[in-house]
Write a protein that binds this ligand. Sequence first.
Ligand SMILES: *Cc1c(COP(=O)(O)O)cnc(C)c1O
Length: 427
Amino acid sequence: MEFTRSQQLYEESVQYLPGGVNSPVRAFRAVDRHPLFIDHAKGAYLYDADGNQYIDYVCSWGPCILGHAHPCVVRAVQRACEGGLTFGAPTEQELTLAKLIRACMPSMEVSRLVSSGTEAVMSAVRLARGFTGRDKIIKFRGCYHGHSDGLLVKAGSGALTQSAPDSLGVPADYAKLTLVAEYNHPESVERLFAEHPGEIAALLVEPVAANMGVVPPESGFLSFLREITKDHGALLIFDEVITGFRLGPGGAQEYYGVTPDLTTLGKIIGGGMPVGAYGGKREIMELVAPSGAVYQAGTLSGNPLATAAGIETLTVLSQTPGIYAQLDQNAKRLAAAMRESFGERVRVNQAGSLVGMFFTGQNVMDYETAVSSDTAAYARYFHAMIKQGIYLAPSQYEAMFVSAAHGEAEITKTCEALRSAGERLGG
Ligand SMILES: *Cc1c(COP(=O)(O)O)cnc(C)c1O
């Protein structure tokens, strides 16, 4: 395999872009090599600037659940282009997308479209503060909710593999409104509610933590969060930017049967275009401008191209019988192959089409156990897979995303590559 073109492009990019990239994890620093520059993608496959082909398990970090350049989605965007790129005025397509979202996630009675997951979560937090008249929020160590100031506190994902987990430039006075609990540890949440009576506006959670690797909720954890927030008059916000339309049409809230007050979406609902959404109960959402006094706006919100890609993606998902069962089955096959190939060296978590393999002897159920993983071993695994044409997340703390474009041939080839990597990397 040749990587010379990627290397050249990277060396030139660092002169123009910070770290050579437009989002940190893309720089491959956690696996200690230059990034691969992507030329194009189709279905389950990525093609880099040197012409190498890979089976892709990053899927743009989640949006491409149908695979890359799905013909129906591409056609929908092309059609939308012909009709004008943006109007800054309401369209019927926005109504269609809001209806599709509510049909799948009944808790999102009213929703607002924005342009990224970051924007969705940031806006939902403002709304929760406006609604409750309280300032503090609770989040979990290792959960990522976008890069807005107050949420870059003990964030997972890219921030986890940097030397400083929290960002410079976030005022301490602002960060102190964010209280941090331990994922899957109810007592840590109880303690914060007890220490800050009547002050907590909302508790924010990734219902399946997927930015510290994949860490599913323990049985009863989400319903505990539902109860305790209700008891204290705080809102429960599910950040379903990853899990929405991935664990099933109704996201984690349907999968685990726990209904939040507000939900944030992104990634899949844009079908590969920049879209986010937040929504929930009508009585809360009515507080958003112009019907209420919580201000939030966007020049490109509900953009026609992004909306078209989202509508088409959700439509294909809902009209393909058995699609989620198939995704789940393929993810289970991969998880089984990982356990078989790496044995006691690893622990594998799987929730729907999210898979996470940790190089640790401990069961991974919280932040502490997630970071017990040997990240150098992960990097060796990453390289062993790249050499076999399998493109994994260039970091231990990102999920492996299975898409509907991963068919029998791709899954089988990946299982073989896992076996060979397991042998090559020694026992
Ligand atoms: C990706 C992600 C976000 C941020 O979305 P962007 O579109 O990258 O701004 C927020 N929350 C979760 C759970 C995410 O995985």
